[in-house]
Design a protein around this ligand. Sequence first.
Ligand code: ATP
Ligand code: MG
Length: 150
Amino acid sequence: MHPILSKAKENMATNRTFTMIKPDATGNGHIGSILADIIAGGFTIKAMKYTHLTAETAGAFYAVHKERPFYNDLVSFMSSGPIVAAILEKDNAVADFRTLIGATNPAEAAEGTIRAKYAKSIDANAVHGSDSDDNAAIEGSFFFSALEVH
Ligand code: ATP
Ligand code: MG
């Protein structure tokens, strides 16, 4: 198999998840601490970029939530400042990452989780984590080509 095709195939693997450090956390100086927690949690960084979503790209990323009452606020928040997007690898990546970040609402997030430590509210909740292997692959390929995953 050509190396580019095998990289594309690897991106479908079940030991990967996708994350974003959201605009509240990039703006509050928490990028370094959050990345340190992610690495201490046993995750390996496979791809990473610092970027800024537009309302259009944030809307496309969160299209699954289009009918939810908070969709417009979510899109404007996610396009309000820069984000860090990354593909992470670990056994059982999706579930273990959601454990590491804690509940969506930081008031309900377990002590020591990333959202408990760095998030202020349910919308400004510091990080995104994929909710399934399929979505991890879709979300990773939204931001990264096969050639950008190492
Ligand atoms: P994420 O997908 O960002 O990792 P999640 O999977 O914990 O978060 P989702 O249900 O997918 O939660 O919601 C996506 C995002 O929409 C949440 O992270 C949060 O910022 C926002 N959100 C969810 N529920 C609400 C709500 N009731 N009010 C305001 N914002 C909300
Ligand atoms: Mg979600």
